[in-house]
Design a protein around this ligand. Structure first.
Ligand code: ZN
Ligand code: ZN
Ligand code: FE
Length: 740
């Protein structure tokens, strides 16, 4: 990130001669001067480095003196380590921001202003080397002024590949819903006016299209929900600046820093009370997803009267975000009233990233734009492995030497568009990082499209149990290599025994694992269909506990329970699961919470929020039954205790507090049992259920107070977006120690 110009300026300032170049090992600097000049260079090199650069390590050696000359930049791309050259996309920098609003600047109000410190990167790179002809800027030959900046090592735009201006660069224009261009002097002002009038706009951004509406307009939001097929899931907001953000949400120091960071993710922060926002924006949710403008185009949209916009990925339901103009006009027709388009192509789509602060640390929920393809660093160099992840929230990973490159968020591989995008991303990452993997890792689930793809390739493949991958992911992120206790809680993962796992205590390391404890497997009547109707799961768990003498539960009174019970009794499409996510669904539904859901994990999320961030004082330690050397957490015991509380008239808030508190106490009790058995003191937490901050924070604190060392995710998501990293770790272990 502007590193060679930085060295160039520094060396010249100090009066050193020599050169700077990119090599396969990284940046190489040769300097010649007095020992005092050398010392000055050494002292300033790291402290003054550009804000976006990240120096992993430095080494130096003495060289014989050469003839003195001026300091130069060697601009050769031969033998360049490509990984040093591909940066994530970066939010518009302060310098560019000031130029954008400076009427005397030649780029005043130019929506594509950028420099070496900011702008698009990963999303516009078609091939390597990272040079303008290999990006989607190839259609825009530099004008003389831009070219002069591009070639001047003293300039902020030296070798800034996306450099452009009003004269030579990309342009925006406005279209109606049918794709007809609307003639206007100022398309961005036109877009602002439409938004203010309550229209839905499709806006082409950095990594894809957004659908935008005024966040104060209830009717527009209702229309957007209808056309997007999104009934209740909260919408993300983009707000004018930090002042507006603080008006909407309470921000901790970490959250504020993240909001304002170069990655500019969506931050899930606590709503302020008494907000005058549309009620259908984030119903039943005490948090709002907020981001700040990250491209010059966004800043211009907020230069009028608007200060809060809904900015949601432009797609139908879980399909990939739209990136191409022609494609957008077709796929989004009927969703958007108007289109704000531009002609800088997006080569690789990248959704907005999402982070949340839990237990004092920021954690990615979706690691995508601004983060991908920045690598996770390994402690040692390892073989190259491609990992294709799981099915939902798919992210793929590929390793090279001491780095694991993670792709942007690919999405749910259930639909064909996402599967195409998945294949394209695999090819693209191998190409831009020049990696030839030796092994492909996939999930054990035979039905996943990622598994099918992997097994069709000409390379050796290996299946990884889903929860083992979760455990390995958290181990790798935290640099662990000795056996750990893994508390892995999620919705669904194919188990080694063919049942569906999801509430597991494992002891293991990268080479293997034992399943030590789990929730008593329960039938899921209707399989996937049950996940959308938590009341069915509640009924099933109730039936398993009480048999035909079902207790009277208010939430089930008006349900036709007969057909579901028949399914369970005759084992028709009722797979068994130990899932913690399903247990949450069952308990939430029986307690009087959400009976049917409109988006993933809605029942659990709303049930958690009903606890009002409090664990209360009432808890149970659930019964654990020893069976064949394994500990089974009794679901019947949980349901019996729940029903007695429901019958004694406890509120849903009290029930939620009791359940969260009891899970924490039970998990700690099990951890102590496993510690006695194994003498292991290190615990990793992974799985999507740990996005539940009440459970997560309570459990971390409770384990620490029992003197456990607790390791959690902070670089990759705890949900299935982190699976590929764990698969890579296990794959490297297999290649390093082929005979176990
Ligand atoms: Zn800039
Ligand atoms: Zn120009
Ligand atoms: Fe999972």
């Amino acid at each position: 990130m502007g590193f060679r110009p930085y060295i160039y300026k520094l060396a010249r300032e100090i009066g050193l001669s020599g050169s700077v170049s990119n090599t396969s090992e990284g940046v190489r600097v040769e300097i010649q001067g007095s020992s005092q000049q050398h010392k000055t260079f050494d002292a300033r090199l790291i402290p003054e480095a550009p804000p976006l650069s990240k120096i992993i390590s430095t080494t130096s050696e003495d060289l014989p003196p050469t003839e003195d000359g001026v300091f130069t930049i060697i601009a050769s791309y031969d033998d360049i380590s490509v990984s040093t050259l591909i940066s994530p996309d970066v939010k518009v920098c302060k310098d560019c921001y000031h130029e954008l609003f400076d009427p005397k600047n030649r780029r005043f109000h130019y929506p594509f202003i950028n420099c070496t410190n900011c702008g698009p990167r990963y999303t516009i790179i078609e091939n390597i080397p990272y040079d303008r002809p290999y990006t989607s800027m190839k259609h825009f030959p530099l004008c003389l002024e831009c070219k002069a900046e591009y070639e001047d090592p003293e300039n902020r735009r030296f070798h800034a590949q996306p450099n452009a201006c009003q004269i030579c660069g990309p342009q925006v224009w406005l279209c109606d819903g049918g794709g007809t261009t609307i003639e206007t002097e100022n398309p961005i002002q036109g877009a602002i006016d439409f938004l203010a009038q309550g229209h839905i706009l499709a806006i082409k951004g950095l990594g894809g299209f957004h659908l935008a509406v005024d966040a104060k307009n209830k009717n527009s939001i209702a229309r957007l929900r209808k056309s997007k097929g999104r009934d209740e899931k909260p919408f993300a907001l983009m707000v004018r600046n930090m002042i507006v953000a603080r008006r909407l949400v309470h921000l901790t120091q970490n959250e504020a820093a993240s909001l304002d960071s170069v990655q500019a993710p969506i931050v899930l922060a606590k709503k302020q009370v008494d907000l005058d926002l549309a009620p259908n924006l984030a119903p039943g949710n005490d948090r709002l997803g907020i981001m700040l403008p990250y491209t010059p185009l966004h800043h211009l949209l907020f230069s009028g009267s608007l200060d809060i916009l809904v900015m949601t990925s432009a797609n139908f339901s879980e399909e990939p975000i739209c990136i191409d103009n022609a494609e957008a006009l077709v796929r989004l027709s009927g969703m958007a009233d108007h289109f704000l388009l531009h002609n800088r192509d997006i080569y690789l789509r990248s959704d907005d990233s999402v982070v949340i602060e839990m237990d004092g640390k920021l954690r990615p929920i979706r690691r995508s734009r601004g983060f991908a393809p920045a690598p996770i660093f390994l402690k040692e160099k390892g073989p190259s492995v491609l990992a294709v992840g799981a099915e939902l929230k798919n992210i793929i990973a590929i390793s090279s030497e001491d780095k694991v490159f993670l792709s942007q968020h690919i999405g749910d591989l259930e639909n064909l568009e996402a599967f195409d995008f998945f294949q394209m991303t695999i090819e693209h990452l191998q190409c831009i990082f020049k990696i030839k993997p030796e092994l492909i890792m996939h999930d054990l689930h035979p039905g996943y499209l990622s598994t099918k793809w992997a097994t069709e390739q000409a390379l050796p493949v290996h299946g990884v149990q889903h929860h083992h991958a979760h455990l390995a992911s958290c181990m790798l992120e935290n640099g662990l290599n000795k056996p750990v206790i893994g508390i892995i809680m999620d919705g669904t993962g194919f188990g080694s025994d063919g049942t569906i796992w999801g509430g597991e205590f494992l002891i293991g390391d990268l080479s293997g694992f034992q399943r030590e404890a789990y929730f008593d497997p329960m039938p899921l009547p209707g399989g996937e269909a049950a996940i959308k109707a938590p009341w069915r799961i509640g009924l099933s768990y109730l039936h398993q506990t009480f048999g035909s003498k079902l207790p009277d539960i208010p939430s089930l009174r008006h349900r036709d329970t007969g057909s579901i019970i028949q399914m369970i009794e005759q084992s028709i499409n009722s797979p068994l699961t130990s899932s913690c996510g399903r247990l949450f669904d069952a308990v939430a539904a029986l307690s009087g919470g959400r009976q049917e859901i409109r988006y993933e994990a809605q029942a659990a999320i709303e049930f958690m929020q009903l606890a009002n961030n409090d664990l209360g004082s009432d808890y149970s330690i659930f019964e654990v039954i020893e069976k064949n050397g394994q500990s089974i957490i009794s679901i019947s015991n949980i349901i019996v205790q729940l029903v007695s509380r429901i019958n004694s008239g406890k509120s849903v808030t009290a029930l939620s507090q009791w359940f969260h508190h009891s899970l924490i106490k039970t998990f700690v009790a099990l951890a102590i049992i496993l510690h006695k058995k194994s003498n292991i003191n290190e615990i990793v937490l992974s799985g999507g259920v740990f996005q539940n901050h009440l459970l997560f924070e309570g459990l971390v604190q409770a384990l620490i107070s029992e003197n456990f060392q607790v390791f959690t995710h902070h670089q990759v998501p705890t949900n299935d977006g982190g699976i590929a990293l764990g698969q890579v770790a296990i794959g490297q272990e297999i290649l390093n120690y082929p005979h176990g």
